[in-house]
Write a protein of this length. Structure first.
Length: 102
């Protein structure tokens, strides 16, 4: 995903749509592309935002990033943590809805 962002200069997001099997297994992964500073993802009880990129390289979650986790929780998704893949870095940053990072 970092390579896609570096090549096209836009955010990408990888979403897992939970399947009907135990613990949501058997689902599908979907890749979404956006603009230079945002990407839209589905907000449903079965959606989980696995990763998204930050073309400008910021390792910090934005208010919008945290809002997506909040909306997913409100929709019934089990997700409480996601990950940022910042351009120009080699690490992946985990973030929580409350804004803390790991």
């Amino acid at each position: 995903m970092r390579q896609l962002t570096d090549e096209y200069g836009v955010e990408f997001a990888l979403v897992y749509v939970r399947g009907n099997n135990k613990n949501g297994s058997g689902g599908t992964y979907k890749l979404f592309s956006g603009t230079s500073n945002r990407v839209s993802v589905p907000i449903t009880k079965d959606s989980m935002l696995i990763y998204h990129t930050h073309p400008a390289g910021s390792p910090f979650s934005s208010a919008g990033d945290r809002r997506v986790l909040e909306l997913l929780e409100q929709a019934g998704s089990p997700q409480r943590i996601s990950q940022i893949v910042p351009s120009g870095r080699t690490d992946v940053i985990r973030f929580y809805q409350d804004g803390t990072h790991k």
